[in-house]
Design a protein around this ligand. Sequence first.
Ligand code: GDP
Ligand code: MG
Length: 184
Amino acid sequence: MIERTLVIIKPDAVKKGLIGEIISRFERAGLRIVAMKMLRLTKEEAAKFYPSDEGWLRSVGSKSLKSYSEIGKDPREDLGTDDPVEIGKIIRGWLADYLSMGPIVAMVIEGNRAVEVVRKIVGSTTPYSSPPGTIRGDFSVDSPDLANLEKRALFNLVHASDSPKEAEREIRFFFRENEFVDYT
Ligand code: GDP
Ligand code: MG
């Protein structure tokens, strides 16, 4: 099943000189880049990229809460709340700062089950627990509690769409129809 997914090389990865390394991991897996650009978003533009529906906020907040329960720490110490939606809102604000703090590279990747395969190559949300061999596991040791304590987003180098439906919306955010290159 051929799919398209959006990947963003985030500002921390560009700063670390990892653009080539990251792109090559997708290429060597047999995936195809069909659109790509380097750009810099304003904070306002970056804020529009992330969803603001309650489902998304709750999902991000719940993941963060899970990492607090794993380390046995009270999330209220760092965040002042243990409500997943409220935590999602706080993190969403930090994400706008993160995505606009430097240049990024956005690309559309195409291939069989591209959404799932790209997520596998990228690794899990939290770099310190992402396995070696994944982009996030190989190039970062960041964790949610450290990021929340420092009042910033988790610096995890890459964004990759969560589902084919999200991919469609995210691809439209960055690319117009005439920016795709067709080749075999
Ligand atoms: P992803 O799909 O793996 O990128 O993760 P999500 O969609 O759940 O979250 C979006 C982004 O929010 C992540 O890539 C991180 O940069 C950031 N983020 C996620 N969880 C946390 C957290 O618990 N704390 C902080 N500070 N940032 C987080
Ligand atoms: Mg996501």
